[in-house]
Unconditional design. Structure first.
Length: 234
């Protein structure tokens, strides 16, 4: 299956140049022209790699990269029109995996993309070596905790790392009511500085992906005023 690349840049010629060269190498390419659209597409499309311009209108590349890092481990290749060391260091400090300075060689860009994808595959392979292969079946769901994969009614469904971890925690505590605070601590960590609406947003997205009817959820129940519970009779 072709790897999916998200390219976020506000310059149409750059978008088309990158798209053309990546598609020529067999990649599937999706694009966005600003930071907000880039975040929406990243969340909805689950790309294998993101190429992200540093200078974007509205939500800039730094903020987009920081948000992506809170939600996913997707590799990020930063594009910058500046060559100063500060900009390169800033991009890497917020979680970018590599950077390319404009103007760039399309051949170099493609080479960087392939290198990041190879590194990602190697990291995943090393992570999974020696792990116990565990598949949990709950109703119509099959959760593979070693491969970070979920099947919903026989169809593999892409979850972000945070969505997967949230599902894993809920299933591991089937029947128990978990408060939003406890979910923030278990999934995002004690030092997370966001608010509890983060949990609600991820629960909503998770329901959209695993429930037959997310308006009448069969798996993840809301306990009003408290938090959430994964039904123990599924």
């Amino acid at each position: 299956m072709a790897k999916k690349i998200l390219v976020v840049d506000d310059e149409p010629p750059i978008l088309e140049l990158v798209r053309f060269n990546l598609e020529k190498e067999g990649f599937t390419v999706i694009t966005a022209s600003d930071g907000e659209e880039g975040l929406r597409r990243a969340r909805g499309e689950a790309p294998d790699l993101v190429i992200l311009d540093l200078m974007l209108p509205g939500v800039d590349g730094i903020e987009v990269c920081q948000q992506l890092r809170r939600e996913t481990n997707v590799p990020v290749l930063m594009l910058t029109a500046k060559s100063e060391e500060f900009d390169r260091v800033l991009g890497l400090s917020v979680g970018a995996d590599d950077y390319v300075t404009k103007p760039f060689s399309p051949r170099e860009l493609v080479a960087r993309v392939k290198a990041l994808l190879r590194r990602r595959e190697m990291d995943l392979k090393e992570t999974h070596e020696g792990e116990t292969h565990e598949r949990m079946r709950v109703g119509d769901l099959v959760i593979d905790t070693a491969r970070f994969e979920v099947e919903v009614r026989g169809v593999r469904t892409e979850l972000t790392p945070k969505e997967f971890e949230l599902l894993r925690v809920l299933v591991a505590n089937k029947g128990k009511v978990l408060t939003r605070d406890s979910l923030l601590e278990k999934v995002w960590g004690y030092d997370y500085e966001g608010d509890m609406r983060t949990v609600d947003v991820h629960i909503r997205r998770l329901r959209q992906k695993i429930e037959k009817d997310d308006s009448r959820p069969a798996y993840i129940q809301t306990v009003h005023g408290v938090g959430y519970r994964f039904r123990d009779d599924t």
